[in-house]
Write a protein that binds this ligand. Structure first.
Ligand code: MSP
Length: 653
């Protein structure tokens, strides 16, 4: 038996943000339609998705929630899996970057790159955007903010490992220029070459020491691997690369399509190829950077008067409505907008008027004229040839469009046939044939309509996951024959099936009424969010109870002068200071400030010390007090000092 051709398609792995909106589902629905289409074409498909769980951003959020980070993420990942289930996403594997096999493989890859000299140690000073997990130089910032998302960045100064990405610059330019298929759509090629590659590719900082939620660098575990290196490798570790069993990797790599949103094309078309080149692994065949689904002008902004919660939209209007809108509305590769009204209009127009009505009218006529049994075709007419030719050419058009990733156009090719079938009803006027008693011609017309509908439903299966099965049931067509595109040829269906009317697959909506109902849901959402915020604020008040002055007075605070200071051995964060508190002796105090102050910075400084804290041993040193610091939300520390000179031992009140 001939071996099936392989097809490997991936979505990006999702940050476990927990803020799922319909934009988040865009990449996944698109890939699902492609994966299903390829399966029906007979390919052996592997469709990968998953979650990108390491990094500073998620750690910070979990800390704010006061939940251990992995527990925090587990809940969100389950929600995401529920969402994919609701949307009928037919992935073959869901990878989590916290999966053991992945973490081990990332460490192995890092070690290999280090051993072969592609990774080296140096120190990094630059600006870091935590939400984007991206490094920037000062000149790349726009008005001092992250050039990608416009948010605040923080100055980062760390000992780091670097990946020699610069060395692959020319090979990557060649890859993009000589293989136009590699990076699509074409506008993304110019963007990458002119904005990032031609100006010169810097080596990439690939480790962090300021937090530890990540894969530890195996030979220097105070470093964790930069989250993008960790994340990108998922595309090969999911197939077993770097594990004892890499048979899937051998079978499916290179990927046929990495589908990604346009904002992460840079990572996939520059960093990822450079890594693969360093690992001597073949390049993926295609990186496709699709556009954004916009709400207002922003991909992330709040709903701006629109319902963007996929759970609500699916529960109220059906999964197929949402899948159809996403696949059909936006010109693929470009940005497009979601509005409640556009969504409802697609349901009423394409799904209800065109598709659902065609099916219900036809079934009703088979019931009325032939007692519910699909008749055998009999007398032909020239008009049938045009219909049959349109139906028979549909698969070619659809598959051509899918091959080029012209997804809305692929649906348009199907709708051309749906509209042609509706027109065929008007042209043949079955009710008139019935009236005339022309059963021979009427049976041909009814067979042609049913057969056309069966073929449409078959080819719709990769796009809509619920309606085709409903249509087959109405037509009395048995499941099973329909898992491939065999049988798309007109005339394959044998006459004699029993039809059943049942409910319409889509019912016409009163748009104004629906819009009003949607507004009401939005109002409720706003009220619920407000209530949640108020509850959180009042929670905070409870969490930090008020204290009386007598309790405050129990804390003794004094000005101290740092006389000596040194690093604590084998503890990166700790400094050990000898502090004069006017007591005729020096106190030893250990503080976790080494990332922000050197021993030289400390000596001679005035600091504020809590002097009546019970002494504790830290790394074997008895610490007799605490030096006070201010701390921001990122854990950055700054010492508190008196604003004018004060003697050692002066009380702080
Ligand atoms: N974790 C990274 C990807 C690492 S891949 C090695 C990431 N995650 S994400 O959760 O922010 O985004 C996942 C996908 O959702 C991206 O392709 C992104 O473009 C897509 N979308 C999120 N919002 C979107 C819209 N509003 N519209 C279309 N797609 C958008 O990036």
């Amino acid at each position: 038996m001939e071996e099936k051709k392989k097809f490997y398609i991936t979505t990006p792995i999702y940050y476990p943000s927990g803020h799922w909106h319909i934009g988040t589902c865009y990449t996944t629905i698109i890939c699902d339609a492609i994966a299903r289409f390829k399966r029906m074409q007979g390919f052996d498909v592997f469709y990968l998705t998953g979650t990108d769980e390491h990094g500073q951003k998620i750690l910070k959020v979990s800390q704010e929630a006061g939940v251990p980070v992995k527990d925090y993420i587990d809940g969100i990942v389950n929600e995401l899996k529920d969402l994919w289930k609701l949307l009928d996403i037919s992935y073959d594997k869901f990878i989590r970057t916290t999966d053991d096999y992945h973490e081990k493989a990332v460490a192995k890859i890092f070690q290999k790159l280090y051993d072969q000299g592609d990774i080296y140690k140096s120190s990094y000073e630059g600006w870091y955007c935590t939400p984007c997990e991206s490094f920037w130089t000062k000149t790349q910032l726009v008005d001092g903010k992250c050039p990608d998302c416009g948010r605040d960045v923080q100055l980062m100064k760390e000992e780091s490992y670097f990946f020699k990405m610069g060395k692959y610059q020319d090979r990557i330019i060649k890859l993009i220029e000589e293989n136009p298929d590699f990076l699509q759509p074409p506008t993304r090629q110019n963007e990458m070459i002119n904005n990032f590659l031609k100006p010169g590719l810097q080596d990439l900082c690939v480790s962090r020491t300021s937090f530890d939620w990540g894969v530890k660098v195996p030979f220097d575990p105070k470093h964790v691997v930069y989250v993008w290196i960790d994340a990108l490798t998922n595309y090969i570790t999911a197939l077993g690369y770097g594990s004892d069993d890499d048979s899937l990797f051998k079978k499916y790599w290179p990927a046929d399509i990495h589908m990604v949103g346009k904002e992460i094309v840079r990572f996939h078309s520059i960093i990822w190829p450079a890594l693969l080149m360093a690992l001597d692994i073949p390049m993926p065949k295609k990186v496709y950077g699709h556009g954004w689904l916009l709400f207002g002008n922003d991909k992330m902004s709040k709903s701006k008067g629109n319902i963007v919660d996929p759970f609500i939209l699916c529960n109220n209007y059906g999964v197929d409505s949402l899948r159809y809108f996403m696949l059909r509305e936006v010109s693929f590769g470009q940005d497009g907008s979601y509005t409640n009204e556009a969504f409802l209009k697609r349901i009423n127009g394409d799904l209800c008027n065109d598709l659902s009505n065609l099916v219900s009218r036809t079934i009703a006529m088979v019931e009325q004229y032939f007692g519910g049994e699909i008749p055998a075709p009999n007398v032909k007419d020239a008009i049938d040839d045009d219909l049959i030719a349109t139906i028979d050419s549909m698969y070619g058009e659809v598959s051509d469009n899918m091959e080029k990733l012209y997804i809305p156009e692929a649906l348009e090719s199907i709708w051309k046939v749906i509209r042609r079938l509706n027109k065929y009803i008007d042209e043949t006027a079955p009710w008139a044939l019935n009236k005339e008693g022309n059963k021979d011609r009427l049976s041909t017309v009814m067979y042609n309509l049913c057969e056309g509908i069966r073929i449409v439903a078959t080819i719709l299966q990769p796009f809509l996951t619920k309606s085709p099965a409903k249509i087959f049931e109405k037509l009395g067509v048995e499941e099973g024959v329909l898992t491939s595109f065999d049988g798309l040829k007109f005339g394959t269906m044998k006459p004699g099936n029993k039809v059943s009317k049942g409910e319409n697959i889509f019912t016409r909506l009163d748009i104004n009424k629906e819009l009003a109902a949607m507004d009401k849901i939005l109002e409720e959402q706003v009220a619920a969010a407000k209530a949640k915020q108020e509850a959180a604020t009042s929670d905070n008040v409870v969490k930090v109870p008020e204290i009386g002055i007598e309790e405050f007075e129990k804390v003794q605070l004094k000005v101290g002068k740092v006389v000596e200071c040194q690093k604590v051995e084998k503890a990166d964060k700790l400094l050990c200071s000898k502090i004069d508190l006017g007591e005729g002796r020096l106190r030893t105090i250990v503080s976790g400030i080494a990332k922000y102050y050197t021993p030289e910075d400390m000596v001679g400084r005035s600091v504020i010390v809590v002097t009546n804290l019970k002494p504790v041993k830290l790394r074997g040193i008895l610490s007799e007090g605490m030096v006070l610091c201010a701390s921001d939300e990122n854990g950055k520390l700054a010492l508190i000092t008196p604003s004018a000179d004060m003697p050692a031992g002066a009380e702080v009140r």
